[in-house]
Design a protein around this ligand. Structure first.
Ligand code: ZN
Length: 370
């Protein structure tokens, strides 16, 4: 039973899971499970058939046997909202609520399959260090991944104190902005404590993940946001269902200024996974230009009436952007080609079925009017 169903606490703002991202939509989504007597909780860690779930009564361990089908995309992961049995040994996760967004990694194995890393992420913070030369291609790659997940990307330029002056810094921010249409670009200095308040305010409204290559300052950023040493926060002592003290590693943490941070080891080495939609969003200005090309299947190489080449000629579109766009699309196609054939076949079947349903509905409608 959720506390919100108790008299006197009817609004979801008083719910003890609000610091973990609980809101009115999740409450509505959970209502039928609530009436079954199941507990609402958010997964803070997954580990070999079990997961740790934070509920209004504290952290408990639950078995995921009911929700671990063969499809690697459908297993419970950190960030999921779940319905857990109120008692039992073991107690089981009965189901998880439909995800708003999901981060997926393509595995490097021969039989390339997606692996789900985090669910229900609102902000994907792409950390980029100003201590080294800017690599906009790398920024674009992380942005594609972020868009693909369904989260809103935010670029954070770290170590801003290493930039010699304010003018240089503003040029660097502008450079990144041209590579990141529709994405806020912030600069922070953890050592000087500058810009962190703005970032904390942006992240206070939801669940965030930190992306970026090693050395980008992700740990320092996490420490600054959490206000303490992350490794210490991650290892929290909890009491398990049998009254024993256990040390739990949490991959999902409530931020002191509001919002939630998911920091799983897997997210650090994340790659592209069938991210064509994401790639298109990163290069939205190229997509817009391509729509102006004379031929709809224009490859933007030497076709007459090509708006992309015209923009290259006038300098409106930097050549580096077009190269980066092509490189990411090629890379993405390679990953898609490697994808487990069974999974792909299933997706196609699903689309066909949806298509058939749509067609039947259209015909029924036509029949109605005819
Ligand atoms: Zn073209």
């Amino acid at each position: 039973m959720s506390l919100s169903s108790l008299p006197g606490s009817s609004s979801s703002s008083s719910h003890p899971l609000v610091p973990y991202g609980w809101d009115a939509d999740w409450e509505a989504e959970f209502a039928s499970y609530d009436s079954e007597g199941l507990l609402a909780g958010r997964v803070i860690r997954v580990d070999r058939g079990q997961c740790d779930v934070v509920t209004s009564g504290g952290v408990l361990r639950a078995d995921t046997a009911f929700v671990t089908p063969h499809d690697p995309m459908r297993v419970v992961c950190t960030g999921d909202w779940v319905a857990v049995e109120p008692a039992g040994d073991p107690r089981y996760v009965r189901t998880y609520l439909p995800r708003r967004s999901a981060f997926v990694r393509s595995t490097s194995s021969k039989r390339s399959e997606g692996q789900i890393l985090a669910a229900n992420v609102d902000h994907a913070v792409v950390a980029v260090s100003l201590a080294v030369e800017l690599d906009l291609g790398r920024v674009e790659r992380f942005l594609a991944l972020a868009w693909e997940s369904g989260a809103q990307p935010v670029v954070v330029l770290t170590k801003a104190d290493l930039v010699p002056d304010a003018t240089t810094l503003s040029y660097l921010v502008q450079d990144v902005e041209t590579a990141a249409p529709g994405v806020p670009v912030l600069s922070v200095s953890s050592s000087l404590g500058e810009g962190l308040d703005v970032l904390a305010a942006v992240l206070s409204g939801g669940t965030s993940v930190l992306l970026g290559q090693s050395g980008a300052g992700k740990s320092t950023l996490a420490n600054a946001l959490l206000g303490e040493d992350v490794m210490k926060v991650h290892a929290t002592r909890d009491v398990d269902g049998k009254g024993r003290h256990t040390t739990t590693t949490r991959n999902l943490l409530a931020l002191p200024s509001g919002g939630v941070l998911i920091d799983t080891p897997g997210l650090r080495g994340v790659g592209l996974w069938d991210a064509e939609t994401g790639v298109n969003q990163v290069f939205s200005e190229i997509e817009a230009l391509a729509a102006e090309c004379r031929f709809h299947d224009c490859a933007h190489t030497s076709e007459p009436g090509c708006a992309v080449i015209a923009a290259l000629d006038t300098g409106e579109l930097p050549e580096r952007r077009l190269d980066s766009y092509r490189k990411l699309l090629r890379e993405n196609q390679r990953i898609v080609a490697k994808t487990d054939a069974r999974l792909r076949a299933e997706i196609r079947r699903d689309w066909k079925r949806k298509g058939a349903e749509g067609k039947a509905a259209m015909e029924a409608k036509r029949g109605q009017w005819g």
